[in-house]
Write a protein that binds this ligand. Structure first.
Ligand code: PEP
Length: 251
């Protein structure tokens, strides 16, 4: 049985005050929730402050990215050890904004996933098709390619550390959510692919989150899908009441 996992991606939002306020508000509202894994992913510069605000709570900390090298002359990058050092459990890797705005490739994402697992972080590995790819009937091919290349070379033991987030790019930050049927179709396909790449037991254990304009009003419908095990939430994770309501829908 896969435990639901809901994570908030704060992206490039908040400041030192509002990040702590948001984290403290969530810690208070969600203190009695034990049947859902919860994480928040603030900007790098607020990780330490948010870690303090979450100390003793049931909310884990995640970063929005990580670099694959352990240290050295990589200006602007952040290593796994640095993230562990400020109490991170998770790292989002391959978010569509990094693929399509920054230009990250499947190969780079694969290196990051592999380094994150070796370094003791749990990757939230994002995949998803562009609108034109969906309209051209290429959703399955695009997502399958991203999954295969992103997980290339990972053993069954290691891949169990990964949560996959299916985030159709056309649904991220647009207010347009995939229907439950569209989400379930792709989630089912990903799980079948994992069974082919590994085996049924690995495929049955890996959690697959949906992301893309998830909000309180569509949480129940999305979470009712057999292969939707959680949500990666952007905009709605910046409001204590909305993120709390989404998690409480699943409890
Ligand atoms: C995201 O950033 O991963 C995301 C899904 O954003 P939003 O919920 O705002 O669409």
């Amino acid at each position: 049985m896969r435990k639901p996992f809901i994570a908030g991606n704060w992206k490039m939002n908040t400041d030192s005050h509002s990040a702590v306020e948001l984290a403290s508000g969530l810690a208070g509202q969600l203190k009695d929730v034990h049947t859902v894994d919860i994480a928040v992913c603030p900007p790098f510069v607020y990780l330490s402050a948010v870690a303090k605000a979450l100390n003793g709570s049931n909310i884990a900390l995640g970063a929005q990215d990580v670099y694959f090298e352990p240290n050295g002359a990589y200006t602007g990058e952040i290593s796994c050890a640095m993230l562990k050092n400020v109490c991170c459990t998770y790292a989002i890797i391959g978010h569509s904004e990094r693929r399509h705005v920054i230009g990250e490739t499947d190969e780079l994402i694969n290196k990051k996933i592999s380094a994150a697992i070796s370094g003791g972080l749990l990757p939230i590995f994002c995949v998803g098709e562009l609108l034109e790819e969906r309209e051209a009937g290429k959703t399955e091919a695009v997502v399958a390619r991203q999954v295969k290349r992103g997980l290339a070379g990972l053993s069954s033991d290691k891949v169990l550390a990964v949560t996959i987030a299916y985030e159709p790019v056309w649904a991220i930050g647009t207010g347009v959510t995939a229907t439950a049927e569209q989400a379930q179709d792709v989630h089912r396909m990903i799980r079948q692919l994992l069974a082919a790449m590994y085996d049924g037991s690995v495929a049955g254990e890996i959690r697959i989150q949906y992301g893309g304009s998830a909000k309180p009003a569509n949480t129940a419908e999305l979470m009712a899908c057999a292969d939707v095990d959680g949500l990666l939430v952007g905009g709605a994770s910046l409001k204590v009441d909305d993120f709390t309501a989404m998690i409480k829908t699943v409890v």
